[in-house]
Write a protein that binds this ligand. Structure first.
Ligand code: COA
Length: 256
């Protein structure tokens, strides 16, 4: 059985991390599987990807058994592999929703943060426990956490390594919503459907703007937005979207 399972349902795809007996811990195969899944989604024409875990965990971290005896150089290389997987997810030309069904610790929390946003089940537990192992988060945790929840909260979570529950994750903005476990995937799917009903090129452009704009000074980021806003008016879908509104009918977008 593959350690990553990718399923397509029209333009909505679901990636399930599948090592339930090891709480979906991220080893090389899983990390390579995540990056390969993003590539496969691009080839398929995915417009929204849901990422979840098999069994009781989302992902309980990088695989400690695989890391325990690494040399410094090997550990750096493993970290870089994790970064490549996160980067592939983060920069994919479609939004991704982490559906956190259970433990999202260490690399699991980092994978969730590489997605565009996250929903959690009431059973979710999140955290960056790496300092308990006397290492730092290695797959983007220190950086994405501070960008997502702010510097002070990120520092507290990383220094203490404590686990927080879904409600606390919601309160600090680490997840966008909390659902009962049996509703989590259906709710993620509903959101995916809302996204996929919109102009595909504009959703893609919004993602690019958020990503590229985040690290730019505001005037430059706003200038980039104005440029991309203008570019939308070179698309057939912009004509269609506005005509459909004026004619009081649903739009028929063609990604053109
Ligand atoms: N790496 C490798 N194996 C892991 C793992 C990880 N990050 N997290 C869990 N596992 C394995 C366990 O070793 C165990 O394997 P075994 O049955 O062969 O002994 C199996 O998954 C089940 O985990 P277990 O600890 O028995 O489950 P639990 O419900 O008692 O505890 C956790 C769950 C998440 C609290 C606990 O597994 C844990 O603390 N995991 C490590 C979290 C972590 O530090 N992540 C960051 C890594 S950098």
């Amino acid at each position: 059985m593959s350690v990553t399972i990718l399923e397509h349902d029209g333009v909505i795809s679901t990636l399930t991390i599948n090592r339930p007996d090891k709480l979906n811990a991220l080893n090389r195969d899983v990390l390579e599987g995540v990056a390969a899944a993003v590539e496969a989604c691009i080839a398929h024409g995915t417009r929204c990807l849901i990422v979840t875990g098999a069994g009781k965990a989302f992902v309980a971290g990088a695989d400690i058994a695989a890391m325990a005896t690494l040399s410094p150089a090997e550990a750096q290389e493993f970290s870089e592999l994790g970064h490549r997987a996160g980067h592939a997810m983060e920069t994919a030309p479609f939004p991704s929703i982490a559906a956190i069904n259970g433990f999202a610790l260490g690399g699991g929390c980092e994978l969730a943060m590489a997605c565009d946003f996250a929903y959690a089940s009431t059973k979710a537990k999140l955290g960056q426990p790496e300092t308990k192992l006397s290492v730092v988060p290695g797959f983007g945790g220190t950086q994405r956490l501070l960008r997502r929840v702010g510097s002070a909260m990120a520092r507290e979570l990383v220094y203490t390594g404590k686990m927080i529950n879904a409600q606390e994750a919601l309160r600090i903005g680490l997840v966008n919503a909390v659902f009962e476990p049996d509703e989590l995937l259906a709710e993620a799917r509903k959101t995916a459907e809302m996204i996929c009903a919109n102009g595909p090129l504009s959703v893609q452009a919004c993602k690019r703007l958020v990503l590229e704009g985040a690290d730019l000074p505001l005037p430059e980021a706003n200038a980039l937005e104005a440029k991309v806003f203008g570019e939308c008016f070179a698309t057939a879908d912009q004509r269609e979207g506005m005509a459909a509104f004026l004619e009081k009918r649903p739009a028929n977008f063609k990604a053109e």
